[in-house]
Design a protein around this ligand. Structure first.
Ligand code: PLP
Length: 387
């Protein structure tokens, strides 16, 4: 019998994630299912761990994909290291930093939160003062704040950790494979990511990496059974002790997505994200729009563009979706209604999606009476791309 699975639209996903997935990754999803202790699957698990170490730029032995989306990575990163009364310093310069603080509190941590305006990185001096007061066991920050478009410099946070021998915990959900995360270079102790952003894989796994130093600080009895990294590591390590059934097909997809990243080369991939980001900025500015973040702190995979006066945010986004099959994101938290979030992540950090977006944006702005020089966005972006 033919499937009556509903017809789905094919969208160009230029929001904050998920991003579009290459055919090789989709094909990997359809490979024959194996058991989670099958020798062929165990070999694939080893390969995934090696590939993840390359992409995280780390030699950490404990580097695995946790089952679940990026939020499972966040929970695993906190629930395994934060116990009742532990002093935790969270730098929150957006929605996702706020979630780390919330999660650390739920683990019983004594949480100090330093906030920054949405669109700016953390204030180093404020972070240093807070650390002096609370002497944190862990300092946690978001590297790429998807809610604001800011890339948080890690060096000053590392220096603070050195002063108090704190563990450094970093959310790399939107930076992994789009910017250098330099886990070993920055001596990041605990990091997590997601699959659906610059790795161009469907959502469903959360790459996590943990330093040997952090492994010595695992809480005595993790409150979460499912995300207990000690137990999960026994399955991914030598022992191969069954813990939970691995999401087999998602691991196939991740293997393929990581292989594509490594084939391209990390530096080439970061440079590609930088180049298309620069072209996007040139394009939107030529249309008369303004970026929300100062140039030195801008993320390359996720761009926040201010919604101009007189333009209806939701109407423009729904025109892009319905007329152009193109998804972009609206603002989150205090930026709701104030910015658009445009992702050029992984596969989508390419000339075609970018130029198509600029064309669609110009047309949708024009339909709301916003005057832009016809073709100016595409032309300006093209100049950057052609050098
Ligand atoms: N952290 C950041 C920076 C994110 O952008 C996201 C998702 O967009 C998450 C955490 C949560 O990931 P997920 O939605 O995959 O659970």
């Amino acid at each position: 019998m033919d499937s009556d699975f509903p017809q789905l639209p094919e969208r160009l996903l230029l929001g904050p994630g998920p991003s579009n997935v290459p055919a090789r990754v989709l094909e990997a999803l359809s490979r024959p299912l194996l058991g989670h202790l099958d020798p062929a699957f165990l070999a694939l698990m080893n390969e995934i761990q090696e590939l993840l170490r390359s992409v995280f730029e780390t030699a950490n032995r404990l580097t695995i994909p946790v089952s679940g989306t990026g939020s499972a990575g966040m929970e695993a990163a906190l629930v395994n290291f934060v116990g009742p009364g532990d002093p935790i310093l969270v730098g929150a310069h957006g929605v996702f930093g706020g979630r780390i603080a919330d999660c650390a509190q739920r683990c019983g941590g004594e949480v100090t939160t330093v906030r920054a305006p949405f669109g700016e990185p953390l204030d180093d001096a404020q972070m240093a003062r807070a650390a002096e007061q609370c002497r944190p066991k862990i300092v946690a920050v978001v590297h790429a704040e998807t809610s604001t478009g800011v890339l948080q410099p890690l060096e000053p946070i590392r220096r603070i950790c050195d002063r108090y021998d704190s563990l450094l915990l970093v959310d790399c959900v939107t930076s992994l494979a789009g910017h250098s995360v330099g886990i070993d270079r920055h001596r990041v102790d605990i990091a997590y990511s997601g699959t659906q952003k610059c790795l161009s894989c469907p959502p469903g796994l959360a790459p996590v990496t943990v330093s040997d130093k952090a492994r010595e600080c695992l809480v005595e009895r993790c409150q979460s059974w499912y995300l207990d990294l000690g137990m999960v590591a026994s399955y991914w390590g030598q022992e191969r002790t069954y813990h939970h059934t691995a999401p087999i097909s998602m691991n196939y997809a991740l293997r393929e997505a990581l292989a594509i990243v490594v084939e391209e080369g990390l530096e080439a991939r970061w440079e590609r994200h930088r180049m298309h980001h620069r072209a996007l900025v040139a394009g939107v500015e030529a249309l008369g729009l303004t970026m929300h973040v100062d140039p030195q702190f801008r993320l390359h995979p996720l761009n926040t563009i201010r919604v101009p006066q007189g333009v209806d945010d939701a109407r423009l986004r729904s025109q892009l979706l319905n007329q152009f099959d193109l998804e972009i994101g609206g603002g989150l938290g205090e930026l709701k209604g104030k910015v658009w979030r445009v992702g050029l992540m992984g596969e989508n950090s390419r000339p075609q999606p970018l130029l198509y977006f600029l064309h669609a944006l110009e047309k949708s702005l024009k339909d709301q009476g916003f005057q832009a020089t016809p073709g100016a966005g595409v032309r300006a972006a093209g100049e950057v791309l052609l050098g």
